[in-house]
Design a protein around this ligand. Sequence first.
Ligand SMILES: Cc1cc2nc3c(=O)[nH]c(=O)nc-3n(C[C@H](O)[C@H](O)[C@H](O)COP(=O)(O)OP(=O)(O)OC[C@H]3O[C@@H](n4cnc5c(N)ncnc54)[C@H](O)[C@@H]3O)c2cc1C
Length: 446
Amino acid sequence: MAKFTYDLVVIGSGTSGTTVAFEAQAAGLKVAIIEERSWGGTCVLRGCDPKKVLVGAAEARKLSTRLRGKGIKQAATISWTDLMAFKETFVEDVPESRLESFKEAGIETLFGPASFHDPNTIQVADDLLHASKIVIATGATPSTLQVEGQSFIQNSDDFLSLQKLPDSIIFIGGGYISFEFASIAQAAGSEVHIIHHNSEPLKKFDPDFVAALVANMKEEGIHFHFDTDITKITKKGEKLQIQGKNDFSLNTDLIIGATGRKPNVDHLALEKAHIDYTKKGIIVNEKLQTSNHPHIYACGDVAATKGAPLTPVVSMEAAFVAKNVLGSDEKMNYPAIPSVVFTSPKLSSIGISVEEAKANPDKYQIKNHNTTNWYTYKRTNEPIALAKIIEDRKTGQIKGAHFLSEEADYMINYIALLMKANLTLADLQSVIFAYPSPASDLTALN
Ligand SMILES: Cc1cc2nc3c(=O)[nH]c(=O)nc-3n(C[C@H](O)[C@H](O)[C@H](O)COP(=O)(O)OP(=O)(O)OC[C@H]3O[C@@H](n4cnc5c(N)ncnc54)[C@H](O)[C@@H]3O)c2cc1C
């Protein structure tokens, strides 16, 4: 076996692993990074970025549909083949260019599954890499529903590389991936069903807005089957048949499972380094160090941190880990984290929930706004635009916000900025925003 020595070994070349590796290398450490699949990881290859290209086409379809008869003659139609080819232009060069940029920076790259040999040594094929510090940034992969016929279920990776859009698709799961993909597939012309085992999809978002979103998606033609436990999947000729409790049965061309993601810990041989983990991921302390070993860190989707598994969050964790690897001794502190469901309309959320605010009426006040008739939303004939802002009663500072509209992603980002700066909506009276734009509505939410 060949033996090598590094200051830092990073396992995984996704957003988090890449961030740590570059920052440590720039500070002068001798760094190696290991990848077993494709250089670049989930977000750029099979997550946020390719998905958002598809979302763009769905938005064009939906906007042109809404403006039909209002200056637009006919709704745009999506060519799935062209769309996938366009998407591919964002993805195809990533692995090679990421690999190149590691090499150019002087970061050693190894390809293959990495596992622990002992607490200071990582094994990749026949190579043993001894390291003073190790960062586990192996991300997560789609979990598989345990059900008879589960081999017929495909996952988000498959949807994002689907060469032909089938006539009908069933998405299993009530999370954001299911909702976003359903919205895309429906816009592109498929008959779409979402099956969820309870009646509370998108659990982390405002329940009223989720209900309004579901109603809207139903109106668009998406079929929802809540409280439906799947029992069996079989192939019937060309079709797949999905069966559930209480005589539920549905035929379809394609089944995409989006029932959660599991941390990639299986092949790491964590027991050889006595690193503890649960099904939520590798257990870390506030410095993102693993149990028993201050020199081994975990961050990103593989780690059971307090941060949501979202790209900007894992980037922040990775930048934090890089600092600690380089000698800092800080505790991870998360700002308010915005999250968005890129459906049509979009749903977004930050900070505390309305439920939490209602439980503390002396502390918080909730402002409900139905902005559907505001110029911003009428201009593009949006069917619904809602906002809820939660403020601290004493200071007026924003503690939470929830939006449902085509502009919900922009609105939540403005709120994230206000929350970070401890500004109130009243403070915005002295800011001039370009008009007409969604930002110029902010002061009216006060
Ligand atoms: C369909 C989808 C849509 C998403 N949309 C959004 C969005 O809109 N906005 C957002 O913020 N987030 C989104 N996310 C989440 C986001 O992509 C992830 O939070 C983020 O990419 C995680 O980065 P990471 O570095 O922790 O892990 P990853 O990017 O998954 O990187 C981990 C890497 O480690 C490698 N690896 C694993 N095990 C080993 C091993 N033993 N040896 C060597 N290498 C190994 C893997 O191959 C992988 O390349 C989406 C995710 C999905 C799946």
